[in-house]
Design a protein around this ligand. Structure first.
Ligand SMILES: [Zn+2]
Length: 173
């Protein structure tokens, strides 16, 4: 139901700028976030949903939409600029959405969301400042934000304009 309400708010251009999405299923929150993000970006939504075939929908489907910025837990030592999307595409393809699997992956690979990642997102936001398109920053499993990264993200939230949306997907234990 909440999902439906959020889509209506997108339609009315009244979606809150910060959105916490959590449920007992990581798969559910991930899919919900994806549906909301595609609706926000879609050029010609149909019945409160994204059309799935416009340029923006197709870019999103390939995880190449420039106005979707991902903050995912990654290994900070091997983290390099363009790798985040690469990690994500891999997980998305494998549909590794169970929390047990994730907890194992996170722990084994020492994954966090580092301050460098948040800084890059903030820099990108400055570049997009004059754009009229909605920009989404999707933080996945925010409980893995490094302390300094969390503070940097808060600062971005404070400085963002009405066209910037922060999605935080977490799992409820
Ligand atoms: Zn579309």
């Amino acid at each position: 139901m909440l999902q439906k309400l959020l889509h209506t708010l997108i339609e009315k251009k009244k979606l809150p700028n910060v959105l916490f999405l959590d449920s007992y299923s990581l798969a559910d929150t991930t899919i919900s976030a994806y549906n909301l993000i595609s609706h926000l970006h879609c050029l010609s939504p149909i019945k409160n949903r994204s059309c799935g075939s416009c340029r923006d929908c197709l870019l999103l489907e390939k995880w190449e939409h420039p106005y979707l910025l991902l903050l995912l837990p990654v290994n900070q030592e091997i983290y390099k600029k363009r790798k985040v999307r690469f990690f994500w595409k891999k997980f998305w393809k494998k549909q590794v959405f169970s929390l047990t699997e994730w907890e194992e992956i996170l722990e084994k690979n020492n994954l966090t969301i580092g301050v460098e990642q948040v800084r890059e997102v903030s820099e990108q936001l400055i570049k997009y400042e004059t754009s009229s398109k909605p920009i989404v920053i999707w933080t996945w499993l925010p409980e893995n934000l490094h302390h300094a990264a969390g503070n940097a993200l808060l600062k971005s939230v404070e400085e963002a304009d009405g066209n910037t949306f922060f999605f935080l997907s977490q799992h409820q234990k």
